[in-house]
Design a protein around this ligand. Sequence first.
Ligand code: FAD
Ligand code: PHB
Length: 389
Amino acid sequence: MRVQVVIVGSGPAGLLLGQLLARAGIETLILERQSRDYVLGRIRAGVIEPGAVGLLEAAGAADRLHREGLVHEGTEIAFQGQRHRIDFKALTGKVVTVYGQTEITHDLMDARDAIGAKTVYEAADVSLHDLTGDAPIVRYRKDGVAHEVSCDYVAGCDGFHGVSRRSIPKDLIRTYERVYPFGWLGVLVDQPPLSHELVYVNHERGFALCSMRSATRSRYYLQCRLEEHVEEWPDDRFYQELTRRLDAEGARNLHPGPSIEKSIAPLRSFVAEPMRHGNLFLAGDSAHIVPPTGAKGLNLAASDVAYLSAALIERYRENSAEGLDGYAAKALARVWKAERFSWQMTTMLHQFPESSGFDRKMQAAELDYLFSSKAAQTALAENYVGLPY
Ligand code: FAD
Ligand code: PHB
């Protein structure tokens, strides 16, 4: 079999890339290790930047987002019992959309089905070969049968644990990493959110976040220790702890209910450079990870795809490799700024086990400055709604 572009992974990066390329007449094959239902069962990101919304529109997969997504003009940060609002709309003229990654994935899968483009789910043992030659080969197994696909380019959209980044020789890739000494315990519940905007909480017992998926579905997170297990957190304990970390009004408006999903995610910052090896191009979590505090993971995957799709379209339409040659540097410039923002938000809002009295005073001073300075709020808002592509 032969296609122009093989895309490894059907997360947001792979599906969005597939859709943008298909609409430009470029033939793609997506290989996904998991089943479709498994991919749709993962509860992840929820805040979408306007740039990512624009890409979903270009992909023909934004109708439901516009119908059902919640437009948020700001967010709140709670500290020492007080809530402070950051007004994105007033400070930047932009807003974000709250719409679950699960729904985006669903919409992109439906759009792909509608145009008849091919995805192989449960593709096992995907391996990449001849990446520096003119005709890379991708091998995989499906239902025990071996397959081989020849292509022009491979897009590595297979997340942090995928095969693509690992296919680059170790001496040709450099990685940068910070692992944080805590995780997020997340709960999804069919109850209305406690506020109409997200509330980020810095509390001495640990960070908390009150987010949502709709007017009737809430998503809550608590900073937890890395060694903890979800079984140690029955719903009652979760809500009790969340209540202790919230301001009085937030605690009063919290609607507890039986959790429909509960999971723990570790927090990590990670970047692999460069994002290209021969005719393999990495996009999304396969090349970089951010801690979720800045809501940037999915949005960064989208901006990588904006650059990569434009470069591939230029390559096929104008027979120019200029865009592809510039892809890694262009994507990484934006990636590092989102890494900086996510690290800063994480550092500003969490309790670090090793922090000294001085560190805690610095954190308090940073928040105090943020709440009192329009310049500081503008910097936060500008990054939160997303830097330009
Ligand atoms: P992924 O969504 O990881 O998709 C990669 C796909 O590749 C997967 O479907 C995977 O099954 C497939 N794959 C992997 N290996 C192979 C292989 N060898 N062969 C074929 N297919 C393969 N971001 C936020 O902004 N907010 C959040 O709250 C948030 N929570 C998160 C919670 C968790 C547990 C995780 C892991 C991430 C979270 N993120 C969050 C980050 C956000 O979800 C990611 O940044 C986003 O999913 C990146 O999209 P992607 O397409 O690059 O990667
Ligand atoms: C979410 O709703 O899952 C969410 C929102 C904002 C974040 C992280 C996660 O910063």
